[in-house]
Design a protein around this ligand. Structure first.
Ligand code: F6P
Length: 254
């Protein structure tokens, strides 16, 4: 539309598609580091996209964070006759209750007229508890739904910001620094080349599951996330990036 042409966003979208080698890019005006409403604008773009791709009984897996919470805020009914199911993509990864995937999926489901299921796992989790839990029938069932989801919506964070927000141990902090961790998504930390340098142990979607999921949507904006977004897409299989103008311009500068 006219507004997009005035600010040249479709030109930016093409440049980002080429630079990050991602199939599809949607850019909204503004900088979400500065204004909260920019996250909601990314959220509206995400909801509009979901309305196009959602099918009857689609299973939609969602991660946590403030961007996903903003999508939940602006969620509206999806154009399908049969309910879709919202599930958290992974178990807890150290977010506050408000920004946890389980709270976010319940709000999304309510507003989209869909259903949701929760994944009850403590966080962080020991190796032995992990093996016991994934064999519990109820947990097994929902884990099956998660790994067979049709649509994944996820955030991308700056590695250092996320490690601090999660009150990560001194030891892991050092490890992340030593390996130059730049981005974080799904509980995985990546360096500038997209190599995994650390992983939070929790149940749910694993990075390798993404390859077989039809729609993987990354939503992340703000000038401060430029390096993180670039790092994630060095390896990322996500086929749509929804971002903002400030992140996009900074990525092209870098
Ligand atoms: O912790 C969940 C998560 O989706 C992370 O994987 C990601 O790095 C982060 O949240 C993004 O958070 P925000 O949208 O608040 O920047």
């Amino acid at each position: 539309d006219m507004m997009r042409e005035i600010v040249g966003l479709s030109v930016l979208e093409k440049q980002i598609r080429e630079k990050l080698k991602v199939r599809n890019v949607i850019i909204v005006p503004g900088n979400s580091d500065e204004y909260e409403w920019v996250k909601q604008e990314m959220g509206k773009a995400c909801v509009a996209y979901l309305q196009q791709i959602v099918k009857d009984h689609s299973v939609i897996a969602v991660t946590g964070g403030t961007t996903m919470a903003a999508i939940a805020e602006v969620m509206s009914p999806l154009n399908n006759d049969n309910d879709c199911l919202f599930v958290p993509a992974r178990g807890g990864v150290g977010e506050e209750a408000e920004n946890q995937a389980s709270r976010i999926v319940s709000e999304m489901a309510k507003k989209a007229n869909g259903e949701y299921r929760l994944l009850y796992v403590p966080d962080p989790i020991s190796e032995s508890a992990y093996h016991t839990l994934i064999n519990e029938p109820m947990i097994k069932e929902i884990l099956g739904q998660i790994t067979n989801s049709n649509i994944v919506i996820h955030g991308i964070g700056d590695a250092k910001t996320m490690a601090k927000r999660r009150k990560t141990s001194e030891e892991t902090m050092k490890k992340l620094e030593m390996h130059h961790a730049a981005s974080e998504a799904f509980g995985y930390y990546f360096d500038d080349h997209g190599n995994i340098v650390h992983k939070v142990r929790t149940v749910g979607l694993q990075l390798e599951d993404l390859a077989s999921i039809e729609h993987v949507i990354a939503v992340a904006g703000g000038k401060s996330k430029a390096e993180a977004i670039e790092s994630y897409f060095k390896q990322g299989k996500s086929d749509l990036l929804i971002t903002d103008e400030a992140a996009a311009k900074q990525i092209l500068r870098g």
